[in-house]
Design a protein around this ligand. Structure first.
Ligand code: PEP
Length: 254
C-alpha cells in the first residue's frame, strides 16, 4: 500500500510559544500511525529546529519546510537553502503551494529547479498543483494540472519521481471552507495517476502518494481519504487545532 500522509501546513501563523503548545497538545493525544502512515508538520522556518527537537524519536513523524530557494548558497539575502534544511535534518519541503505561485509568482519552470535541488540533497518535495476557480468553471482543470506536472516534474527519472509526494489542491477550495467533493477529488487524483502512468508506467504511478488539500477537516477527512486514489491530505486551517489535526491523522486509510 502507498504511504498515507497527513501533512499540516501552518503557513505564516502562530508564535513560537503557540507552535510549541500546539505540538505538545498533538503529541499528548492518542494517535495511531501504522508503518505505511506518516504525519508531517510544515512549520515556519524559525520553528523548524524547535519542531525537530520536539518530534525527535517519534515514529513516522516528520518536519517539513514550507519553501526553499533554488540555488545552493550565496548572495540571496533572506532565502533558505536546501543545504541549510538538510543540516537541520529536515526531510520534506512543500513546493509550489498556490499561495507561493500567486503572491510570489513562482512558475512551473522555477519550481522544477527547486524540485531538482531538493532531490540533490535527498529532501522529498511535497509538490502542490491545482486549478483556480475560473479553470474549474471552464472544465479545463485536467489540462491545467497536466501542464503543471509536465513542466515541473517530467524531466525527472522514475527513481527521482518516486521521491516526490504530489498534493492536489484546487485553489477554489483552499481556506475557503469549500471542499471538493470526495468524487471530485478522486476524479482528479485518478487523472493525475493516469498521467504519471502514461509517462512512467503503472508500477511507478501506483507507488506515488497523492494528497488532497482544500478545507480538509475532521468532519470530511474520512470520506475524502477513503477514496482509492487519495493518500491523505495537506491541511491548512484545521492543522492549527490539535483535536482537529489528531482526528485527521486518525482518518488516514489503514
Ligand atoms: C493548504 O494550506 O494547503 C490548505 C489546503 O489550506 P486549508 O486546509 O485551510 O484549505
Amino acid at each position: 500500500m502507498r504511504t498515507q500522509i497527513a501533512a499540516a501546513n501552518w503557513k505564516m501563523n502562530l508564535t513560537l510559544q503557540q507552535g510549541e503548545a500546539l505540538l505538545d497538545a498533538i503529541i499528548a493525544q492518542p494517535h495511531s500511525l501504522n508503518a505505511n502512515q506518516q504525519a508531517v508538520f510544515a512549520v515556519p522556518f524559525p520553528y523548524l529546529a524547535m519542531a525537530q527537537q520536539k518530534l525527535a524519536g517519534k515514529q513516522n513523524v516528520f518536519v517539513a519546510a514550507q519553501n526553499c530557494y533554488s540555488k545552493k548558497n550565496g548572495a540571496y539575502t533572506g532565502e533558505t537553502s536546501v543545504e541549510m534544511l538538510q543540516s537541520l535534518g529536515i526531510q520534506y519541503v512543500v513546493l509550489g503551494h498556490s499561495e507561493r505561485r500567486e503572491y510570489f509568482h513562482e512558475s512551473n519552470q522555477f519550481l522544477a529547479e527547486k524540485v531538482n535541488i531538493c532531490l540533490e540533497y535527498n529532501i522529498r518535495p511535497i509538490f502542490c498543483c491545482g486549478e483556480p476557480l475560473s479553470i474549474r468553471e471552464a472544465n479545463t482543470q485536467n489540462a491545467f494540472v497536466a501542464k503543471q506536472l509536465e513542466e515541473s516534474l517530467y524531466h525527472l527519472s522514475a527513481e527521482q519521481l518516486q521521491q516526490v509526494v504530489i498534493a492536489y489542491e484546487p485553489i477554489w477550495a483552499i481556506g475557503t471552507g469549500k471542499t471538493a467533493s470526495s468524487a471530485q477529488a478522486q476524479e482528479m487524483h485518478a487523472f493525475i495517476r493516469s498521467q504519471l502512468a502514461g509517462k512512467y508506467g503503472t508500477a511507478v504511478a501506483d507507488s506515488i502518494s497523492i494528497l488532497y488539500g482544500g478545507s480538509v477537516k475532521a468532519a470530511n477527512a474520512v470520506d475524502i481519504f477513503g477514496q482509492p486514489d487519495v493518500d491523505g491530505g495537506l491541511v491548512g486551517g484545521a492543522s492549527l487545532v490539535a483535536d482537529e489535526f489528531v482526528a485527521i491523522i486518525n482518518a488516514l486509510k489503514k
